[in-house]
Design a protein around this ligand. Structure first.
Ligand SMILES: [Mg+2]
Length: 275
């Protein structure tokens, strides 16, 4: 049987990647609005899962609504918010931050004290439990030096995601993962990565969906489907988590390498067609 057959009748949760699935820049991806609305009509919950480390959940929900999809900030799990939650769960209460003010707000709203490394003089940040790294367009080498000076042996380096680059207007820019690796190289500390495809992100998503992970694992995780446009973050992470992975791609010949999706679509509305 085609795995797309009545997908919305077999899953309980539809998880949507944002960039490339809900929107591309300020443009809505055609059909995702109809897919999300139909899912909700059929009693399937909708959650938004993004590796973004620069925006608040509130900003992201606003961007999702601008793409024509109802979204409450509580239905959004960003790598920024997952990082904040993970810090609290790990007993991390005071961090040095390389990242945007929005990431700082998310950490603070989860109960984490933040000393931002941005614009500070090396040596001016002290007594922190961990180093948190997010994408930061304004970051300078001095900011990295400030973080390095605040680092002490054994201190975790927590990166919102492992992305090497992200697209900028004048070409690719250093992603969160590359910034974390700069600090890792300088300190010898192996970073903790939070965002997709890492298990931390998927565990936090399941928690947000109300699944009790401490209970015996009898929940059929294939009832959670993730629609994403990245093989290395969405498909790989969903496959590892036991979720149903759906790749949105303009090339329907397959992924060629790496993780294979359970379902391949060229348009979000392919998931609504009778097959
Ligand atoms: Mg994407």
């Amino acid at each position: 049987m085609d795995p797309r057959a009545d997908l919305l009748g077999t899953i309980e949760h539809l998880v949507l990647d944002c960039d490339g699935v809900v929107y591309v820049g300020s443009e809505a991806v055609p059909g995702t609005d109809r897919l999300a609305a139909t899912a909700r009509e059929r009693g399937v919950s909708v959650l938004f899962l993004t590796n973004d480390t620069t925006m608040s959940r509130h900003d992201l929900a606003t961007a999702i609504r601008a793409a024509g999809i109802e979204a409450d900030p509580r239905e959004v799990l960003s790598a920024a918010w997952a990082t904040a939650l993970w810090c609290v769960e790990s007993g991390i209460r005071h961090v040095a931050l390389l990242g945007t003010h929005r990431l700082e707000e998310e950490l603070v709203s989860a109960g984490v004290d933040v000393s931002s490394c941005m614009g500070r003089v090396p040596g001016s940040v002290q007594d922190v439990d961990a180093m948190v790294v997010g994408s930061a367009p304004d970051l300078t080498v001095r900011d990295l030096d400030t973080a390095l000076a605040a680092w002490e042996r054994g201190m975790p380096i927590v990166a919102g995601n492992g992305d090497r680059t992200y697209p900028g207007t004048a070409g690719p820019r250093l992603g969160c993962g590359s910034l974390a690796y700069a600090l890792a190289h300088a300190t010898g500390e192996v970073p903790v990565f939070v965002g997709k495809p890492e298990p931390i992100m998927f565990r936090e998503a399941e928690r947000l969906l109300g699944l009790d992970l401490s209970a015996p694992h009898d929940y059929d995780r294939s009832k959670i489907a993730l629609l994403g446009d990245s093989v290395e973050s969405d498909v790989l992470g969903a496959n590892r988590a036991g979720w149903t992975s759906i790749l949105l791609t303009s090339d329907d010949r397959g992924t060629g390498a790496g993780a294979e999706p359970d379902i391949l679509v060229t348009r979000p509305t392919d998931l609504l067609e009778e097959v």
